[in-house]
Design a protein. Structure first.
Length: 384
């Protein structure tokens, strides 16, 4: 009960900080709170805790549990009522304590990690847990594309020198596998921004990196800004990239803009030349995103177009035959439409999909209702 009262006190004081943040780009606010209960920070006195709180309008993409969440676009108190944002709390050692997601000031379960917030519990300076909670502060399962589900509530991180391990657990603290089938992830860090990753099942059998990237040993590299740079299928002995026979490429090269927004990715051969992915995207070597920004500093855009190119740089079609996929957002940042377009920019209905566009409406609880239409505007189906 003491811990619950302590954390409620932190949250209450955090809310009061909004009126005290400086104008322009937000500077972290520092709070010193007396604490008569046990402290999550084992390196601090049990009588006090110092925290800082910052706000960010976005989150950069990551592809591994060894890459820490990377909030981008720091914002000020004036921006909070009109922005979707992350509230990030750190301790006096600059370690993460909590990240929580809000939409226009309201708690939201639509964070990058699939629910409202992630809390960090430290056992010592190298070992910690990430635990996930919904907007009602109840234990929740997170979701990321590199897991593909799996009822994951806890990621348990341990590190010793240049080696690290992450294992997955549910809300009852039972060891579980991700939707892809991995329970344990192991990394060897070659540098701060470069590491080798392998994965294992609950039975400790080696497992693939992802369904779409069935690498058994993977080299992951970050750029100087800490954004994802390359993901390579490597030989475990020589550590050199080689072509994976299932997907026919060796390296995925990811592109970000200066703000931290992903702008696309390339498929590369061992010599880092563009090569066509032959598995799910025939004749496609590059995926590119283009956005029509309404407020770049707040990460807000109205349209995003996704186009693809072959290894010679020629604009080609998506696997379903569309030339472009166009996404539309409303002023609150929610997606309201997704449409397939042909080379002339007209609606296109792929045979595989059976519809040309989807319209998204939202209920009071935030859940989404999807309506599908053909190229003439006729209703195809309704998916709840």
């Amino acid at each position: 009960m003491q811990k619950n009262r302590f954390f409620r006190l932190i949250l209450a004081l955090s809310a009061l900080l909004i009126s005290n943040i400086t104008f322009g780009v937000a500077k972290p606010e520092h709070i010193h709170i007396e604490n008569n209960s046990d402290n999550l920070d084992t390196n601090q006195s049990k009588n006090s805790i110092s925290i800082s709180i910052s706000y960010f309008a976005g989150m950069a993409g990551v592809i591994s549990p060894f890459i820490e969440y990377h909030p981008i676009l720091p914002i000020s108190a004036l921006d909070l009522p009109k922005a979707n944002y992350y509230k990030v709390t750190r301790d006096k050692h600059n370690r993460l304590l909590e990240m929580a997601y809000f939409e226009r000031g309201e708690t939201s379960n639509n964070a990058y990690f699939g629910t409202h917030k992630v809390s960090y519990i430290y056992q010592n300076k190298d070992d910690y847990e990430r635990r996930y909670f919904d907007k009602d502060n109840q234990p929740a399962s997170m979701w990321r594309h590199y897991y593909q589900g799996g009822d994951i509530h806890i990621e348990r991180y341990k590190k010793q020198k240049d080696r690290a391990q992450v294992t997955l657990f549910d809300q009852k603290n039972n060891g579980i596998e991700s939707g892809i089938g991995s329970h344990k992830f192991v990394a060897k860090f070659l540098t701060k921004n470069r590491f080798i990753q392998t994965q294992f099942t609950l039975e400790n059998k080696p497992h693939k990196f992802r369904n779409a990237m069935p690498f058994m040993t993977t080299m992951i590299t970050l750029d100087e800004a800490g954004f994802l740079d390359k993901v390579s299928n490597i030989d475990p002995v020589s550590l050199k990239p080689f072509v994976n026979e299932q997907v026919k490429y060796a390296t995925l090269k990811v592109h970000f803009d200066e703000y931290g927004f992903e702008t696309g990715w390339d498929y590369l051969d061992p010599n880092e030349n563009l090569t066509d992915d032959k598995k799910e995207s025939p004749n496609i070597a590059r995926w590119s995103y283009y956005r029509q920004w309404t407020n770049r500093q707040l990460g807000q855009f109205k349209y995003m177009w996704v186009q693809v190119y072959n290894s010679t740089g020629v604009n080609t079609t998506h696997p379903n035959g569309a030339t472009t996929i166009r996404y539309t957002k409303d002023e609150t940042g929610r997606y309201i439409e997704a449409a397939f377009l042909d080379a002339e920019g007209n609606l296109f209905q792929p045979e595989k999909e059976g519809y040309a566009k989807r319209i998204f409406n939202y209920k009071a609880d935030g859940s989404r209702v999807e309506t599908r239409y053909d190229t003439r505007g006729a209703l195809v189906e309704l998916t709840k």
